[in-house]
Design a protein around this ligand. Structure first.
Ligand SMILES: Nc1nc2c(ncn2[C@@H]2O[C@H](COP(=O)(O)OP(=O)(O)OP(=O)(O)O)[C@@H](O)[C@H]2O)c(=O)[nH]1
Length: 316
């Protein structure tokens, strides 16, 4: 049977295990701890509650381009410019105010001036009285992951040839504008543009010139567009423009402006000759019908414009 003093000793041991004096442990820079964290390839650091660095591993030294000696005993304000130091200090303070774990992503500049995306994982630790005493942080460099995400997003949303929105993304944005219009928030029009006699361009100059012509048209459309217009490569030589916040009269004028701008521009070919292209445009206006119906109506109007000798705008 255990006596009282042995019970007390074991409960002290338990509370020490639960609440070890991490602050002095980390401050003492134990060689075993140092060896262990130096073995890990991700930057690790620990700070006290005043934001003063207590230690770090080799990966953090390489990441921050400072030695452990230069780092220990200094605060973020002594190491970084005020703007970045404020960000770190505020994030640290948020963790101290609400102890536990904290994960966030941040775009930072390395000391060499390179843009980096990093993900911080931080955990607070307590002193033996149960008060927050500091934090341990781990940094993951996610720059490459972010770059790949941006490439994937670009491929998923933009048309490779022209850089305009692809059909899926364009329709997604069109539905957003349509929803706003349905709630009475705005007027809406849809322009369907089709390049006239485009087959002849391919037949005469080849597909590569045909592709360049489509890029030229997309560029012209972009430079003609207003900020809210959503420009979509809808099909091969077909473009869709979602026009919101414009009255029917102004939308018709805008469609005519798109047509005229393209008709008045010429693309220079390699042999110095000029290639002139025109477009026919069908326009439909929001009158409570759904987006697909609007597009179908614009297509019907486009068919009429083609029938009227092309290089023409027709409204449904
Ligand atoms: N170079 C190139 N050509 C394309 C692309 N997509 C579609 N086309 C071509 O666009 C042409 C469309 O031809 P048609 O539908 O017959 O129409 P059109 O010659 O423009 O005549 P209209 O529309 O009646 O004025 C076809 O020759 C397609 O091969 C593309 O991405 N690149």
């Amino acid at each position: 049977m255990k006596n009282n003093s042995s019970k007390k000793a074991s409960s002290n041991l338990v509370s020490e295990l639960i609440q070890p004096d991490l602050l002095s442990f980390l401050s003492n820079n134990s060689p075993v701890l140092q060896l262990m964290i130096d073995t890990l390839p991700v930057p690790i650091f620990y700070k006290d509650i005043a934001g003063v660095y207590l230690g770090c591993n080799k990966a953090f030294e390489e990441f921050i381009k400072l030695t452990r000696k230069q780092l220990i005993g200094r605060s973020v304000y002594e190491l970084f410019d005020k703007e970045l130091a404020d960000v770190y200090q505020q994030a640290d303070q948020a963790l101290f105010d609400s102890p536990g774990n904290q994960v966030y992503e941040k775009q930072i500049k390395s000391l060499q001036g390179d843009d980096l995306f990093v993900k911080f994982h931080k955990t607070s630790f307590m002193d033996t009285d149960g008060n927050v005493a500091g934090l341990i942080g781990v940094i993951f460099d996610i720059t490459e992951q972010k770059r790949l995400e941006a490439v994937l997003t670009k491929h998923a949303t933009l048309d490779d040839l022209t850089g305009l929105y692809n059909r899926r993304e364009g329709l997604r944005q069109g539905e957003i504008h349509h929803k706003i219009a349905s709630r009475g928030g705005s007027q809406l029009a849809v322009f369907m543009l089709d390049v006239d006699y485009f087959k002849q361009v391919n037949d005469r100059y080849g597909h590569i010139v045909g592709d360049k012509a489509l890029q030229f048209i997309a560029k012209k459309l972009l430079s003609t567009s207003r900020m809210n217009d959503v420009l979509i490569r809808y099909g091969g030589e077909e473009f869709l423009i979602i026009v919101s916040g414009t009255s029917e009269g102004d939308a018709a004028v805008l469609a005519e402006y798109y047509r005229e701008t393209l008709a008045n521009s010429a693309m220079s070919l390699d042999d110095g000759k000029q290639l002139r292209l025109t477009v026919s445009i069908g326009v439909s206006y929001f009158r409570q019908q759904n987006l697909q119906t609007m597009i179908h109506q614009a297509d019907t109007a486009l068919y009429e414009a083609k029938g009227r000798n092309r290089n023409t705008v027709c409204s449904f």
